[in-house]
Design a protein around this ligand. Structure first.
Ligand code: GDP
Ligand code: MG
Length: 694
């Protein structure tokens, strides 16, 4: 091939001082280099060339650098060369015997978004020290090919050239994962990015705007000087001050920690040191907390505490709030006498107060839960917890952190769905949200509490309850897998689990996290739930029965007649043919529709339908006797199964909408779970009936 047909590419060599960069350069170019001063500085860059395949490659040996900051002339030269000269590929030479430290520069190259080939040099020393790399895995995590070299002995030359050529020929693809810097910093970056783009279109064209925003938060002198004397400087300054009070440290420090966390995570998964090298406190803590044997019990204990805090302790303020709303209703009822057709009174007492109250009673729950999660996240434990669960959760296509919302789901789906915020990957997050209602929540326990004693003998009760919970878990696992293979396919979950250093959480950060999420819950879920509760109230109370038709009936019977006459009662009857194959009649249908307002309403609705006095506990013996008389144990089991799987409650739908970001996903969840419930209950009832008939 003649020289003119060769494709020309430029490759920059970047690496820490003494990683063997010059040796790699000499190995690649046969030392045919010439030295050039980088324009405007006294720092030298050396150039050389070689021909490989149909490429004519110009290599540039950049000055050694530990990072791409502006603190030293070398680092600035290396960085400006990469930004200004746009080399086709950057070969990042790494001293493989000192991997974690060397990867710090790599994280900054990743941030710049340049195509990277990694040369793991000093491989001989790494082998000697007994370090074992899973290079395939590491290359997956870093999204860059890895070639091992021993430059001083010219080993790995052809492999490295092949990797360079392959990378040059491959279509340029965007990274699927960037290093993330935590909610606060990510949000600040999102605020700064558009400002930079609109105020400095020139800068934004040259640099990536995410990178610019990051550099501004790091108070990068070079970038700051480009916007000097501008109000943007003040805006950035304010943001930094705010972040400082939250973290108790410069954002720069936090950003550096996140980079190190990314590296620790990647190395933890892919590098084994057979010879122990370092023992910092953080390493010691990790040795215990992510231990193969002890890690899991410690994690389960932590989760127990989390659960205890959110549901047991929150139960007290929840009860106070419930009492308060109960008192408010009766106070209004006392002051505001009943009159003929006084719908507003009923709307307030039976619709709005329970509706709004239903939202507010969750607030202590949500606040405590997010306080606990903030402690786990800020202290650095969350990353370890995710690490422990990751292998298991990966099997169903989810992230280790998904385990936490799933666990919370046994208490209530509402805070659980909000807890999916800890997941950074959108598909993972949506999948987790979709399957969460399958974790049998506390409200559903009231349904089981009514039905199980009604239909099953004493020694069957435990196993039946266990079977119901287990069914939910198994279905959730299957559903997650299916969703990841279909609707939420793609985007591998093979990303780096960051292991940031342990820190003592600051009060400011904890309170900020907690309040922000509490407020979001009130604002977003509150409005939707209010609207829904008004609609459901109307559907339960209209059309009204006339006074004459219920004359002489007891209050319980009046309520029964009213419900049967209402929209919900009518719909319950209308769908009877549809639910008949599940073994359900109109009474169950009516109660099921009412239960979409809140699962525990299923019980009180059945109480109304059977005209069991509202003054008694509706779950008491009388209601059970009615149920026993009307339905078989099989039907009883099918009701529980349907309640477990079918449509989530209004609060869940509202939170899914706000967290998933669209009505589409809320509707998707509602419809698919209801259809799934139908199919499964149908199968169980039909097969069960056949077996019973034998
Ligand atoms: P630079 O500062 O990154 O340019 O590193 P140099 O190329 O100058 O190398 C520093 C030292 O490491 C020299 O003494 C090299 O001979 C040695 N060296 C380079 N590569 C290797 C390698 O793969 N294995 C070993 N054992 N030594 C190497
Ligand atoms: Mg050198």
């Amino acid at each position: 091939m003649t020289d003119s047909k060769l494709k020309k590419i430029t490759v920059a060599l970047a690496g820490n001082p003494n990683c063997g960069k010059t040796s790699v350069f000499n190995m690649l170019t046969g030392a045919s280099h010439h030295v050039a001063n980088y324009p405007g500085t006294t720092v030298e860059t050396v150039q050389g060339k070689c021909v490989h395949g149909d490429f004519r490659i110009v290599f540039v040996d950049l000055p050694g650098a530990y990072g791409l900051t502006t603190f030293s002339a070398e680092e600035l030269v290396a960085r400006n060369f990469i930004i200004d000269e746009k080399p086709d590929i950057v070969v990042n030479v790494i001293d493989a015997s000192n991997l974690e430290r060397n990867l710090y520069l790599t994280t900054q190259l990743i941030e710049l978004g340049v195509p990277i080939v990694l040369a793991f040099n000093m491989n001989d020393i790494a082998v000697q020290r007994g370090i074992i790399f899973d290079t395939d895995r590491l290359s997956e995590l870093l999204e860059a090919p890895i070639v091992r070299t021993v430059a001083s002995k010219s080993q790995g030359r052809v492999d490295l050239l092949n990797a360079i050529v392959a990378k040059a020929n491959a279509p340029r693809k965007l990274r699927t994962h960037y290093i993330t810097y935590g909610d606060e910093i990510e949000n600040s970056m999102k605020q700064i990015e558009p400002l930079v783009r609109s105020e400095y279109p020139g800068l934004a064209a040259k640099y990536d705007s995410r990178w610019l925003a990051l550099k501004l938060l790091e108070q990068d002198g070079d970038i700051l000087s480009k916007i000097s004397g501008d109000w943007l400087v003040d805006t950035v300054g304010d943001t930094i001050t705010k972040l400082k009070t939250i973290f108790g440290d410069d954002p720069e420090v936090i950003i550096a920690e996140r980079r190190s966390g990314f590296i620790s995570g990647a190395c933890q998964e892919s590098v084994k040191n057979t010879v122990e090298l370092t023992h910092t406190t953080s390493d010691l803590a990790d040795a215990v907390l992510t231990h193969r044997v002890f890690g899991l019990p410690i994690f389960l204990l932590m989760m127990y505490l989390l659960f205890y805090l959110t549901f047991s302790i929150a139960a007290y303020p929840m009860a106070w709030l419930e009492q308060f709303f109960g008192w408010l209703s009766s106070a209004i009822a006392l002051i505001w006498p009943t009159q003929e057709g006084n719908w507003l009174r009923s709307l307030i007492i039976d619709g709005i107060i329970p509706g709004v109250g239903g939202v507010l009673v969750f607030l202590p729950n949500i606040l405590l839960l997010f306080l606990a999660i903030a402690v786990l996240e800020d202290s650095g434990y969350m990353a370890r917890a995710a690490f422990i669960m990751d292998r298991l959760m990966h099997k169903i296509g989810l992230h280790g952190k998904s385990f936490i919302p799933m666990l919370i789901g046994f208490g209530c789906s509402v805070p659980a769905i909000m807890a999916t915020r800890i997941l950074e990957n959108k598909r993972n997050r949506l999948t987790t949200i979709m399957i969460l209602p399958l974790m049998s929540c506390g409200a559903r326990l009231t349904i089981y509490g009514l039905l199980i004693p009604a239909f099953f003998p004493q020694n069957w009760r435990g196993p039946v309850l266990w079977l119901i919970y287990l069914t939910g878990i198994v279905l959730a696992v299957i559903a997650a897998k299916v969703l990841r293979l279909t609707v939420f396919r793609g985007e591998n979950t093979d990303f780096v689990m960051e292991l940031p250093p342990y820190r003592v959480p600051t009060f400011k950060s904890l309170s900020a996290h907690t309040w922000l999420r509490g407020w979001l819950y009130l604002k977003k879920a509150g409005t939707v739930i209010l609207v829904f509760s008004i609609i459901l109230w109307a559907a339960m109370n209209y059309p009204r029965v006339s006074e004459q038709s219920v004359a002489g009936l007891s209050p319980d019977q009046i309520r029964q007649t009213q419900l049967a006459n209402s929209v919900i009662g009518r719909v319950g009857r209308a769908i009877e043919p549809v639910i008949k194959p599940l073994g359900f009649d109109w009474k169950i249908g009516t109660a099921l529709i009412g239960a979409t307002a809140a699962k525990e309403l299923f019980v009180s609705q059945l109480g109304i339908i059977y005209a069991v006095s509202s003054h008694d506990d509706p779950s008491a013996t009388t209601l059970r006797q009615h149920l026993q008389a009307d339905y078989s144990s099989l039907v009883g089991f099918c009701i529980m199964l349907f309640c477990l799987i079918s449509s989530p409650c209004v609060a869940t739908i509202a939170v899914t909408r706000s967290e998933a970001g669209s009505w589409f996903w809320a509707a998707f969840q509602f419809v698919s779970l209801t259809v799934l419930a139908y199919i499964i209950t149908f199968a169980v009832y039909q097969i069960g009936s056949l077996v019973m008939a034998l």
